[in-house]
Write a protein that binds this ligand. Structure first.
Ligand code: FES
Ligand code: FES
Length: 213
């Protein structure tokens, strides 16, 4: 095999150097031989093999059952999975958006047991028995939720990326009763960023929906 050709026989010393001194060529030859042995044998003193086994071990996973938009779901997921990744990557519910993945933009807002949550900061495995509502679960069949309709009527979006989070947050804001004035709505919706700057119309849509209740 080719590993045999990478022997530890030192090449001739370079001019001007004592024959016992390590040269650039002997260093490279030795390093290559050691590397080749590690790859071919998979073990040097056993430590490399233990490391590779550890690296290959599956990460800790847990089973969780939760209700999403009225449907009971049971999955086994890596313990580090966020609710946002569970929704988007495992359940195919891509309405909740990943803006910052760090709790700073609100694009991932969903309702968990009726409360507003940043899905990117919520560990899925902690939601045993929880009821999750996402933007996909807001309409009643073909009939839009009043706040969804108000966003359309008020033209409260431009690119639309923040819109699912704005609407879910708006639903929570109305439910909480923080809609006494445009200022109060702004304050309680301040965790939802709109890079297109549609705030005036977003606040108006929330205000009108709250007034109709
Ligand atoms: S993606 Fe969750 S807050 Fe930005
Ligand atoms: S509509 Fe574009 S970020 Fe809000």
């Amino acid at each position: 095999m080719s590993t045999e050709s990478v022997s530890a026989v030192p090449p001739p010393a370079e001019p001007g150097e004592p024959s016992s001194a390590p040269t650039r060529r002997t260093f490279i030859a030795t390093t290559t031989a050691v590397g080749g042995a590690a790859v071919a044998g998979g073990v040097i003193g056993g430590s490399f093999l233990v490391g590779s086994e550890e690296a290959a071990a599956a990460p800790p996973a847990s089973r969780v059952s939760l209700t999403v938009n009225g449907t009971r779901r049971t999955v086994t997921v890596d313990n580090r999975t966020s609710l946002l990744d569970l929704l988007r990557e495992h359940f195919g519910l891509t309405g909740s958006k990943k803006g910052c993945d760090a709790g700073a933009c609100g694009a991932c807002t969903v309702l968990v047991d009726g409360q507003r949550h940043n899905a990117c900061l919520t560990l899925a495995v902690r939601l045993e028995g929880a009821e999750v509502i996402t933007i996909e679960g807001l309409a009643d069949g073909d009939e839009l939720h009043p706040l969804q309709q108000a966003f359309i009527d008020e033209d409260a979006f431009q690119c639309g990326y923040c819109t699912p989070g704005q609407i879910m947050s708006g639903v929570g804001c109305i439910k909480e009763g923080h809609t006494g004035s445009p200022e109060e709505i702004r304050e309680w919706m301040s965790g939802n960023i709109c890079r297109c700057g549609c705030y005036v119309k977003i606040v108006r849509a929330v205000e009108q929906t709250a007034d109709r209740k």
